[in-house]
Design a protein around this ligand. Structure first.
Ligand code: SF4
Ligand code: SF4
Length: 269
């Protein structure tokens, strides 16, 4: 049985992507952090009764001034910070943060749906890949972006596994020397210099309330056949205006892989 809890893996970070965390046109860290603080502050000032929850929902809908990326996903107003240090995003209605009372029936999805939901990363990422993401960052914003991006994770470790000739061992990737390489790679999800300015979330783009999978038009726009890092580049929502830009992007990814492999070999028996 899979015992790794991807939503709340430890006391340093967590994910809230399926509760609508990133489902805003501007889902930059500062904007989301401010929204989560406001929700948490207001929620903590409430009496626990249905009238207060309705007032809370009304107040929160006034705060959500920008438009959503994907209309069909509900952006739950009860997603906030669930720990004292405000390092972990999570459900403000969950029994673990309400002295055992499960208040999720006051939400749009309701208790049963919320409690039973597991995103595709639970199924498609291997144990090693899950652990690598958990070890590679201690920060909620990056963690949520990476743990839900299956291609971005799988492709990187597929190349690494092929290069070292084995599946990465979790006890080695836990070392700080490897952690720093992973954390630099994961941060590309927020700092990528070739990120498209269009309405994108990873490999998805949005148009007229629908989502589509993006593709890079290598031949048509750059006159090249493709890239060995295509899946990673698409996951990073890349847009290139020249082959120089493409080669630079590939160089950044290759350098990360080389650094990882070199350090991994130092510690592998
Ligand atoms: S997107 Fe996946 S990991 Fe993130 S909170 Fe939802 S179920 Fe958990
Ligand atoms: S009520 Fe459900 S959708 Fe809302 S934050 Fe909690 S778990 Fe997420």
């Amino acid at each position: 049985m899979d015992s790794i809890h991807l939503c709340q893996p430890d006391n340093q970070k967590s994910c809230g992507a399926c509760c609508g965390l990133y489902n805003w046109d501007d889902h930059s860290r500062d904007i989301l952090e401010a929204l989560l603080h406001k929700r948490t502050d207001l929620f903590q000032s409430l009496e626990i009764d249905s009238e207060s929850f309705n007032l809370y929902k009304t107040e929160m809908s006034g705060l959500s001034l920008q438009s959503k990326l994907f209309e069909t996903i509900y952006n739950c107003e009860f997603l906030g910070f669930v720990d004292e240090k405000r390092k972990r995003v999570g459900c403000l209605l969950h029994p673990l943060v309400n002295n055992g009372k499960d208040l999720r029936d006051n939400s749009f999805y309701g208790k049963e749906l919320c409690a039973s939901h597991e995103c595709p990363s639970y199924t498609y990422l291997t144990q090693e890949e899950k652990k690598a993401v958990i070890y590679g960052t201690d920060e909620w914003y990056t963690y949520g972006l990476v743990i839900t991006d299956i291609d971005f994770v799988k492709e990187y470790f597929k190349i690494i596994n092929n290069t070292i000739g084995e599946t990465i061992k979790p006890e080695i990737i836990k070392r700080p020397e490897l952690k720093s390489v992973l954390s630099d790679y994961f941060r590309l999800k927020q700092d990528w210099e070739f990120k498209s300015k269009s309405r994108r979330f990873g490999k998805y783009y949005f148009s007229y309330s629908e989502y589509h999978i993006a593709k890079l038009a290598y031949q048509k726009e750059l006159g090249v056949k493709g890239s060995p890092f295509d899946k990673i580049l698409v996951s990073l929502a890349s847009e290139f205006h020249s082959t120089d830009e493409l080669r630079k992007a590939e160089g950044i990814i290759q350098a990360s892989i080389d650094r990882f492999v070199e350090r991994y070999r130092t510690f592998s028996p």
